[in-house]
Design a protein around this ligand. Structure first.
Ligand SMILES: Cc1cc2nc3c(=O)[nH]c(=O)nc-3n(C[C@H](O)[C@H](O)[C@H](O)COP(=O)(O)OP(=O)(O)OC[C@H]3O[C@@H](n4cnc5c(N)ncnc54)[C@H](O)[C@@H]3O)c2cc1C
Length: 459
């Protein structure tokens, strides 16, 4: 059997949300933890995200009068994916989302609270996205790293997992790590947690598993190379839903900043180059990326107004766009059309039709139910947007403890995975993504993996 100069009890590969949460949970379970991270600074996809996480049945929801629980969340997941996911994993994620988040609040002083700007929408039948005012994903990463430092968890930056060694019983015995100078070290480990994110930056893998994303820009972390997934596959791990991903239809062009969904939910529209709408903007947060990519020039304009802007201005992404003076502004629909190069008649008719539908609250010609959302009125705003691939949702299949499964359905005894490295519950393609399922998978599976790995290593 392969031997090592030294062995660590819990090794976590990747220091985004999943890896950091897993490390904190394993430490709390009594194990010494070492985290490795390929980049020279903490961030990952988590650092690029809006930092919003789903959790069902939290104290914060109750304080806002929102009735929710794991069963309702589970039903929402299964409805969104039309039954095409692993129901056990859906139950595990739905049922553990609130305990994981509240553990971060109670034990690690995270200021999560229900984000009331994010209405129940896009398949979440309840308001269940949690964040904290004015924050984004990078704040979350920094706080997680501060907490790891407080707990004495070593994080080795510029250290990349490049291989995994097993014994004859498929037990992980150690790993090969590459440092910034290219030197390879072999290190033993009692348990290994794979938290290296997804594979959105790996063109060979996206071409193989989701060729339709070739038409999209990539706006995810450049370190998402799928290394955990192909190293796991090499060991005989089962993969699931490799065609699953979150696209996003509202990446501003040219700023490369996400327009936050509340801009649409409050009443914003998406029009194409001519000024015509082409989708129900509230139907499918991820899948509508393809509707926009197929429009002339592959671009659209998010048309909203000053009142919506004022209501959403505290959301960091919109605040930055305003600071950059990215939104085009105009007093009339005709003037806005001239400014964005749309056909004035078309844009005026589009806005007028939306206002008519908004007055009745009924479904409009595209099927959008307006409810209490209010279509744009003067003075107008518009942001040019394009469709992008944000992150992948398929990967290593895991069980209820986040243990990686072999192809025969049995679990590796001491190998765990979560976040973008694991198969989530977003179905087989782009249409099954519920808002904030990416970080929900990272935080919840990270928590489960860390607790199980920590307990195993501590025995
Ligand atoms: C613009 C944008 C906005 C988003 N907004 C949201 C949101 O608001 N809510 C939501 O739920 N989801 C959101 N997502 C998705 C979410 O960010 C991801 O699903 C989530 O961050 C995945 O967490 P993770 O810990 O698995 O991966 P990451 O945060 O990417 O962390 C993985 C880490 O592993 C490192 N790594 C990679 N390979 C190796 C290796 N071989 N060895 C060592 N380290 C390695 C990487 O450098 C990285 O730091 C967004 C994504 C993007 C791109």
């Amino acid at each position: 059997m392969k031997s090592f100069d030294f062995t660590v009890p819990v090794l976590v590969a990747g220091a985004g949300a999943c890896g950091a949460v897993a490390a904190l949970a394993a430490r709390e379970a009594g194990a010494a933890v070492t985290v490795i991270e390929r980049d020279d600074r903490a961030g990952g996809s988590t650092g690029m995200s809006q930092g919003l996480v789903c959790a069902a049945g939290t104290r914060s929801q109750a304080a806002h009068g929102v009735t929710d629980n794991g069963d309702i969340f589970f039903a929402d997941i299964m409805a969104k994916v039309r039954g095409e996911t692993d129901p056990l994993l859906a139950r595990i994620l739905a049922g553990n989302s609130a305990p994981a988040l509240e553990w971060l609040i109670d034990r690690h002083d995270f200021p999560w609270e229900l984000d009331t700007r994010f209405r129940a929408s896009y398949g979440n039948s309840r308001q269940r996205l949690h964040g904290w005012p004015g924050h984004s994903g990078i704040d979350m990463v920094q706080l997680l790293h501060a907490r790891m430092s407080d707990r004495g968890i070593d994080v080795l930056m510029e250290t990349r997992l490049v291989d995994i060694f097993t014994d004859d019983d498929d037990r992980i015995v150690g790993v090969a790590l590459e440092g910034a100078d290219g030197r390879i070290d072999h290190v033993g480990c009692d348990t290994l947690i794979l938290a290296c994110g997804g594979f959105g930056a790996n063109r060979a893998m996206t071409d193989r598993y989701m060729p339709e994303t070739r038409a999209l820009r990539y706006n995810g972390h450049e370190g998402s190379h799928g290394e955990a997934i192909f190293l796991g596959e090499k060991l005989g791990a089962a993969l699931g839903d490799m065609g699953s991903y979150q696209g996003y239809a509202m990446l501003t062009d040219p700023q490369g900043i996400s327009v936050p969904p509340p801009v649409l939910l409050e009443g914003g529209l998406i029009v194409n180059r001519t000024g015509a709408r082409f989708i129900d903007e509230t139907l499918d947060i991820a899948g509508m990326v393809h509707s926009i990519a197929s429009q002339p020039d592959g671009i659209g304009w998010v048309v909203y107004d000053a009142e919506i802007e004022a209501r959403c201005a505290a959301i960091p992404e919109l605040a930055t766009l305003i600071e950059l003076r990215a939104p085009k502004t105009a007093q009339t629909a005709e003037a806005l059309a001239r400014l964005i190069g749309a056909e004035p008649e078309t844009l005026c008719a589009t806005i007028a039709a939306a206002r008519d539908a908004g007055r009745t609250g009924d479904a409009d010609a595209l099927g959008r139910h307006w409810g209490d959302a209010r279509p744009p009125q003067p003075p107008y705003r518009a942001l040019r947007v394009a469709g992008a691939l944000y992150h992948t949702q398929g990967g290593l299949r895991v069980d209820a403890q986040a243990r990686v499964l072999r192809r025969d359905g049995t679990a590796f005894p001491n190998l765990f995975a979560g976040g973008g490295s694991a198969r989530s519950v977003s179905g087989p393609s782009s249409w099954g993504y519920l808002p904030a399922m990416g970080l929900t998978t990272a935080v919840t599976l990270g928590w489960l993996a860390g607790r199980a790995a920590g307990a195993l290593a501590a025995t």
